[in-house]
Design a protein around this ligand. Sequence first.
Ligand code: GTR
Length: 364
Amino acid sequence: MGAFSYGQNDALQDLKKWKSQGRREVIDFFAREVYGVVPAAKVSAKWKLDRESVLADGAITRREYLLSLADQLEARVLVYLPKSEKSVPAFLGLNFGGNQSLEDDEWITSIKDGKRGSAAERWPVQMIISQGFAVVTVYCGDFDPDHDDQFQNGVHALFGEKRDEESWGTISGWAWGLSRVLDQLSKVPEIDEDRVAVIGHSRLGKTALWAGAFDERFAMVVSNNSGCGGAALSRRRQGETVEKINTRFPHWFSQSYKKFNNKEEDLLFDQDQLVACVAPRPIYVASASEDSWADPVGEFLSLQSAASVYGLFGMKGLADREFPSPGEVLSGDGQWYHLRMGRHDITPWDWERYLKAASLLKKK
Ligand code: GTR
């Protein structure tokens, strides 16, 4: 496996240039040509505590907040807080199946009578809380439904926009939603909004990466099994390709992304540069050994390539590490990677490692 190198962005030689120009060019490229541009207009936001309950003999406080955008769209935000004298860091991520998928408990407001507790393994709340972190999650469909509906609803409908080639797709809409939740976390006194890690699995791992690369307020990024359009290098064309993803999920990206179908070499920047936009903030990319569709090697090489930007900040990242064997964790300066044994998923095994890496958010 050869080292993968940039070569497109000469700002990579110089920290000042990267900060003043290079990073901006990369973000601009990914907005216009990959995920789609968010309209410039601001929308109003209201944040209201709807309900609260106390669990585990007071060790956990659970709340549902309502985030209302432009008085049109309502997202229900489920929050778990550990008992703590001081404000705590948090993990913020979207969920696939509705907030009720986190726990088999009638208390949680259900999305479309969805199955309760079906994603409990994916969200080991007790474990996360016991390590001193809050959990903040929203059903992704509250921001945009995950199907091709010509952007008639969800966050896209809030702007009355005229769409063009570069208009935002669903992943960009989800990422924007995450930022709108972050805007409000200063109103949750138990959470320190400056220490929020954004996390996601699979399509939501692509979302977490785009959200964290774009919005520098996120203190850490965890992108789990994110594959094509996430951490994996597109130019390798392994597993899912740009053409395959654009065909199966035409609504995820901008229209302009379609021109790279089978033309990955024309991409001005590959996904490694998006990963680099997270620097110097900590990033954890993870793969699963049986998840060849997401191209684990491509996910690793992308992270490793981004180490050159961490290098500009005086951080080593995973620059000189070999691709690991299943079960191995690589921890570098600001960068982490692991290859979990098994299939495409996010499991307590993954979370244990994320929590360990995120412990640096506790020391701030
Ligand atoms: C697959 C898709 C992947 C990944 C995954 C998921 O069908 O090809 O890009 O996002 O779905 O989100 O579970």
